[in-house]
Design a protein around this ligand. Structure first.
Ligand code: GLU
Length: 328
């Protein structure tokens, strides 16, 4: 399909649009997170849809509880509101456990004892989201081997993907910005994690269960997660949900191509609020970087709703460069 002629907004099929914010509170939001949130918000508001707020605080040990409240406060200050939530992944362990159990009962999971160093020795991660191709090392363990190894250390849980020649393991979907996508799960990721050996539920499982349970129809997020969309589509079908439509948006990067990170303190929301003083200046600068505003224009979020278009984003597959704190 020609990307420029695809449907720009509106309900998908007969479903009204339900989008979400799904931030991980691992530090103060930075300009790149704000950009993704702005695009997710505009995509929903321009389609007359609803927005759910979900705080992705699965790995609670890595997070400071204050981060989540700062994050919600920063979004409100920006004028990016939501209609439902916040939900907290850290409180939803039972829902995830039930989903993993249902997959296990269908014989689709197995325990994996591979250590991180074994995985890295076998294959290098090939995507910025840490995706690697799992070789199926633990798929064929006998019950005796599983019992022996479990006595030494707890296993992770993996989900089996169909072999490459089985068409059900080839996932096709159309990204709202990146156009048609096709991925053979057995060749891109192999059997993937549902739960880590320390008991923490894997991102892929939590996000699919939550999007499914919360009725999410449209997922808008940074293009670093484009490679997760096929796994999520497949897992959502397995769990009986209708997969959402995906729209991946450019990342903000430093001039050397490095992704902006929360370590860049001069671009975090604390520093940005001080430097720009008002949300309109930040939102206008972000919008102008993808042609939704003129350079130097300051606009409120609601003033940008009518300017949002997927065509502008799909014309902008390259990352957005930030130099000296300024979008270029
Ligand atoms: N929590 C993830 C992040 O902050 C986003 C997950 C998603 O949008 O699917 O990077």
């Amino acid at each position: 399909m020609d990307k420029t002629t695809q449907q720009t907004t509106g309900a998908q099929g007969n479903r009204p649009v339900v989008g979400r914010f799904a931030p991980t509170p691992s530090g103060r939001m930075h300009l790149g997170n704000v950009f993704s949130c702005l695009m997710a918000w505009l995509a929903v508001r321009s389609a007359g849809g609803r927005l759910v707020m979900r705080v992705e605080d699965l790995d609670v040990r890595a997070q400071n509880p204050q981060n989540a409240s700062l994050l919600l406060d920063d979004l409100r200050w920006l004028g990016l509101d939501w209609d439902e939530g916040p939900y907290y992944q850290s409180k939803r362990g039972e829902v995830y456990a039930a989903a993993i159990d249902s997959l296990a009962e269908r014989g689709l999971t197995y325990p994996c004892f591979c250590t991180r160093s074994e995985l890295h020795a076998a294959t290098a991660p090939h995507a910025s989201d840490g995706t690697y191709l799992y070789q199926g090392t633990c798929r064929g363990l006998t019950p005796e081997q599983v019992a022996q190894r479990s006595a030494v250390r707890p296993p992770a849980t993996r989900l089996m993907v169909p072999p490459a020649e089985d068409p059900s393991g080839t996932i096709e979907f159309t990204d709202l910005a990146f156009g048609p996508q096709r991925e053979v799960l057995a060749q891109e990721c192999g059997d993937f994690l549902l739960k880590r050996s320390d008991g923490i539920v894997a991102y892929q499982l939590a996000v699919v269960v939550d999007d499914g349970e919360m009725g999410i129809t449209q997922v808008v997020r940074g293009r670093d997660l484009l490679g997760s969309a096929a796994r999520q589509t497949w897992l959502s079908r397995l769990l009986g949900y209708e997969p959402p439509t995906f729209g991946h948006v450019p990342l903000l990067v430093a001039p050397d191509g490095r992704r902006l990170s929360k370590r860049e303190r001069d671009l975090d929301m604390g520093a940005l609020r001080e430097r720009f003083g008002r949300p309109e200046a930040i939102l206008g600068a972000l919008a102008s970087s993808v042609g939704m505003a003129e350079a130097g224009e300051a606009l409120r979020a609601d003033e940008l709703v009518d300017r949002f278009s997927w065509n502008l984003l799909s014309a902008h597959e390259q990352d957005i460069v930030v130099a000296d704190g300024v979008l270029v």
